[in-house]
Design a protein around this ligand. Structure first.
Ligand code: NAD
Length: 272
């Protein structure tokens, strides 16, 4: 039987690749308030329905989820920096928003959730690669609320029979990642600046490391994990790259003359 996939945050960067993965074989419902996502990320096709809505609105969310078979929950305040500035709003969107999604699933008898958590939950622990049995030590409202969402999913798993696929994304990059938003990610900003010759700002000494994963690989893993019995998973390559080496690689590939300037480290950013 044809499945209906419900994607919160489906108009965003990663959501748009999840749509691309499933659009030929499934019906898709996207629920997104377009706070950072774009309607132009959603293909106009009869099997794809877009509902503009906020996950903080329980009534609209519950009504939108009718007929869903599986939920991919990506809607979130995604920026560590914004979460430091607005911790209460971050709690409302990321933590309470996730409870709203779980309650809507209960009401609509939806039994599977794939949740976009983050490597940020590991915090300052320098041990690499991160393992899911390490103690989470979140240091920003973003990471705390992502971890809170994980705990709620495990709890609903125990009490309501909802299968939770909790996936901790490392740093994702790829097509449609917006370099223009005020809290854009490093890779698209560096590429844009390198192409225009503008100065590239690196927060701190640039020796902080990240595990960059290409978005299509991430979506392949999400699809495979969605068919497991659930659990908590890291999604990265298990390797790490310094920000300085990413900048060097991008400036070399674009033959850029951009100058690199170092600015103070950002509050809430993790080192490794
Ligand atoms: P994105 O900003 O492109 O996507 C987030 C989407 O959620 C946007 O379309 C936005 O409009 C929507 N949204 C935000 N608040 C909402 C609300 N209250 N109600 C409904 N919709 C709302 O970001 P992305 O990079 O595609 O991130 C998707 C998910 O993956 C997020 O949960 C993020 O925390 C997680 N994640 C991303 C990365 C990464 O490197 N991009 C790393 C770790 C985790």
């Amino acid at each position: 039987m044809r499945k209906t996939i419900f994607i919160t945050g489906g108009a965003g960067f990663i959501g748009s690749h999840i749509i691309e993965h499933y659009e030929s074989e499934c019906d898709i419902v996207i629920y997104d308030d377009l706070s950072t996502g774009k309607e132009s990320n959603i293909p106009q096709k009869p099997n794809i329905k877009f509902i503009k809505g906020d996950i903080r609105n329980r009534g609209e969310l519950t009504a939108a989820m009718e007929n869903a078979d599986i939920v991919f929950h990506l809607a979130a305040e995604i920026s560590v920096a914004a979460s430091m500035e607005r911790p209460i709003e971050t709690e409302e969107i990321n933590a309470i928003g996730t409870i709203n999604v779980l309650e809507a699933m209960k009401k609509n008898n939806v039994k599977t959730i794939v949740y976009a958590s983050s490597a940020a939950v590991y915090g300052e622990n320098p041990e690499c690669p991160k393992r899911t049995d390490m103690l989470p030590e979140p240091i920003s409202p973003y990471a705390i609320t992502k971890l809170s969402g994980e705990h709620y999913i495990r709890m609903y798993g125990r009490t309501s029979g909802i299968k939770g696929i909790i996936t901790r994304f490392f740093n994702v990059f790829g097509e449609r990642q917006d370099p223009a938003s005020p809290y854009a990610a490093a890779v698209p900003i560096f590429i844009r600046k390198a192409l225009s010759g503008a100065e590239i700002n690196v927060h701190g000494d640039g020796e902080q490391t990240r595990d960059f994963i290409y978005v299509k690989d991430l979506v392949t893993y999400l699809d495979a994990l969605s068919r497991t019995d659930g659990g908590t998973f890291n999604i990265g390559y298990g390797s790490f790259t310094t920000i300085n080496s990413i900048v060097a690689r991008i400036t070399a590939l674009t033959d850029s003359k951009s100058r690199v300037a170092h600015t103070p480290p950002r509050a809430g950013d993790i080192k490794f």
